[in-house]
Design a binder for this molecule. Structure first.
Ligand code: C2E
Ligand code: MG
Ligand code: MG
Ligand code: MG
Length: 286
């Protein structure tokens, strides 16, 4: 009996594995065409200066609207795109689209673009960034690249050389998801970061967990000591914001300030002119 149970269990496992592998193959296949089929979209989330409440920039976040699956989370498809190499074409598209979009804003706000490990370690990444800035006309100092520590460890000397070239263009570099993954304080010293982004997992419990509060205070102290501005990710509540304000955290980002949305939703922040009252389309009431 035990034996047959075991086999049944194994068959179930095998069937599930089969479905997962098929699913994965399908996703790999579909991802290769996502750019050319126009299934990718970029949404933007405001980054806010806490003491004045003003919007200082936006983070660009990728969305995949699959014809059958609907919205696929980047947390699901980015790792697949990294393994197949599709991330190179996708990442280039995100960079170009985002820079072109930001260059059109009336207000000279910053824009942050997430960059994957595969991009950082690909040859000529710095040259690509340079070319995109030239063709889109976005001033280098308005572009910020967000990179996780984990993205750097594959080949630290190579990653460092690339980041130095990017920095030399005048582009800013932010350490994303600080405190998670293979964090090492020596990375903060060795790499030319301009900002630390505290991971949302810490921000989310500052008002309820002494440990999370202590970690956030420590990162803020680290930022002050190193002269690096800190941004707290994933701020959802007034209580979290109050804590961050009291601890003099410079910047924040999260649903409290705005959910990632099409840029048109933030026209009042990017400085687009309000449509003239007379120009508004009107529907006549019967
Ligand atoms: P990330 O760069 O750390 O982005 C922050 C994530 O937190 C985003 O998830 C954002 O939608 C979400 N978020 C923002 N505020 C809040 C909040 O108040 N509460 C909660 N619960 N979540 C919040 P998203 O858009 O699903 O992206 C997930 C991750 O996928 C990103 O984490 C980033 O690592 C990656 N990603 C997104 N776009 C790109 C891209 O263009 N290229 C690459 N390489 N990776 C990307
Ligand atoms: Mg990010
Ligand atoms: Mg993050
Ligand atoms: Mg909370």
């Amino acid at each position: 009996r035990a034996k047959s149970d075991g086999r049944g269990c194994y068959r179930f496992f095998e069937a599930r594995m089969g479905a997962q592998v098929r699913d994965r193959r399908l996703m790999e296949h579909d991802l290769r065409h996502a750019v050319t089929r126009g299934e990718l979209a970029i949404v933007y989330q405001p980054q806010t200066r806490i003491d004045t409440g003003e919007t200082v920039g936006f983070e660009a976040l990728l969305r995949w609207i699959h014809p059958e699956r609907g919205h696929v989370s980047p947390a699901l498809f980015i790792p697949v795109a990294e393994e197949t190499g599709a991330i190179l074409a996708i990442g280039e598209w995100v960079l170009r689209e985002t820079c072109r979009e930001a260059a059109s804003w009336r207000r000279p706000l910053r824009v942050a673009v997430n960059v994957s490990a595969v991009q950082i370690h690909s040859p000529a990444f710095a040259e690509l960034v340079h070319a995109v800035l030239l063709t889109t006309g976005l001033p280098a100092e308005r572009l910020e690249l967000e990179i996780t520590e984990t993205a750097l460890i594959r080949d630290l000397p190579r990653a460092l050389a690339t980041l130095r070239k990017v920095k030399a263009l005048g582009v800013r570099i932010a350490m994303d998801d600080f405190g998670t993954g293979y964090s090492s304080l020596s990375n903060l010293r060795a790499f030319p970061f301009d900002k630390i982004k505290i991971d949302a997992s810490f921000t989310r419990s500052v008002d309820t967990s002494e440990q999370a509060a202590a970690i956030v205070r420590t990162v803020l102290g680290l930022g002050r000591g190193l002269g690096l501005p800190v941004l707290a990710e994933g701020v959802e509540t007034i209580a979290e914001l109050a804590f961050l304000g009291a601890e003099a955290c410079p910047e924040a980002q999260g649903y409290l300030f705005g959910r990632p949305s099409a840029i048109a939703a933030f026209a009042h922040l990017t400085g687009e002119p309000e449509p003239a009252a007379g120009a508004e389309p009107r529907v006549m009431a019967a």
